[in-house]
Design a protein around this ligand. Sequence first.
Ligand SMILES: Cc1cc2nc3c(=O)[nH]c(=O)nc-3n(C[C@H](O)[C@H](O)[C@H](O)COP(=O)(O)OP(=O)(O)OC[C@H]3O[C@@H](n4cnc5c(N)ncnc54)[C@H](O)[C@@H]3O)c2cc1C
Length: 455
Amino acid sequence: MKKIDVAIIGGGPAGYAAAMRAVHYGLSVALFERQQLGGACYDSGAVPSKILIEKTKGMLQLERLRQWGYDIGPASLSFEAAMNTVRQERAALIDELHEAIMRNDIEYVPHEAFANTNLTVAAGAELYNATDIVVATGSTPFVPPVAGADGPGIHTTDTFFELSTRPEKLVIIGAGIIATELAHALALIGTDVTLLNRGRDILQTEEPSARPLIEQRLRQAGVNIVMNVDVERFEDGIAHTTKGPFPYSEVLFATGRKANIQCVEALELQLTTAKTLAVTSTMATSQPHVYAAGDVAGGMQLAHVATAEGIQAIEAIVGNRPAPIKPHVIPRCVYTAPEIASVGILEHEAMEQTTIVMIPLLANAKFHMESNQRGFMKLICAMDRETILGACIVCDGATELISIMSVLMAKGTTVSDMTSLIFPHPTKSEALGELARMMQGKGLYFNDDVSVSNV
Ligand SMILES: Cc1cc2nc3c(=O)[nH]c(=O)nc-3n(C[C@H](O)[C@H](O)[C@H](O)COP(=O)(O)OP(=O)(O)OC[C@H]3O[C@@H](n4cnc5c(N)ncnc54)[C@H](O)[C@@H]3O)c2cc1C
């Protein structure tokens, strides 16, 4: 049996970050991965989806260039070319990650691992005994029980990015972030997309004022959005639903994810009601010396959260008593066009009275220069109009801009402090300064848009 300091099960953003942090402290580490280093994030999640989305947004850029007078004839992007790029760029990123793992002298074990009692981990033919274990096994797509859902042409994101020919008629089940992002991307390059949504709105976890805008963009791109519908069965290329039949060549289930907990069943760890591993603020599970990080530990199932949690677990293992991760300053991003990015609370999530200012971006010079059409920023404060509780940005580039608000909130910046910041001109970030001034009733362009939410 091999003796090590830390056994890390899972090589995604939680696991590899934990491994890299552990070696900084001189710990001996084994990183177990049953599939692909980088985890679902690199294989079938954030990385391939955002590469594809970035490439297909080129179609919108071409449209803009035509408006600016560029003489561009009809253009198209073949799915095959787009997916080749996805695979090449994904492979390059995975190679870089491998290099980093090797540079850090991390023992990489490309096998499925099972944790047993007494802190032993079995992988391949080898048995490891660890002082501590970090469970970073991530999640896999959840597919609701629908008759025929295991039939031909029916995918989850696990298999979708391996397609080599463009789906002619794609039915997407769900209308959350993954569903809307991919619906838009595929529609932009000519797939006939239908979004079947059980709810009555798309993007229900996101800023309500952004939803109609994204819905309009999806419809403009040709996406057929069907709300309040339930899928009953799949048969012979037809999705039979409560609102009639929808023919498909491919189906993509984007109906949530479930935590991978099979490999730690022997440890009988306490679970949450969502069947994720229950953890403390230092990522400790219900068993001493066993920690969990990333999607398997529930919470916000995002790659950057997984990385922060992996690091947090190691800090706790070395006895550094890390401060709890602050969920209210973690940015959340949707890569539609325009992008939606938020941090802190949204208006409808406020538990107490709040003051809200919203600025349309039409008076913003950079927004105009880029020929954007609609977009806004929103700032949510406590009734003192000083304490920042949340922010939402809806425009191209929102996913980069939101970090400004995240930093300000993490540092406890007040609205008064924010008004003293000078943002460069012309940038979209200037509108953040105007939002702060508006919150004080001193907006240069707008002043009457202060609303009070009475929840
Ligand atoms: C389509 C899609 C788009 C997304 N887009 C974004 C985005 O834009 N931004 C964002 O922040 N997040 C995004 N996410 C979410 C993000 O991918 C996850 O939150 C992130 O991958 C979680 O990291 P993790 O390390 O917890 O788990 P994972 O990335 O799932 O990695 C876990 C790894 O553990 C391995 N494993 C499991 N069990 C064992 C075992 N017994 N032995 C060995 N190895 C094991 C798995 O093979 C896997 O490689 C997206 C997800 C999807 C599906």
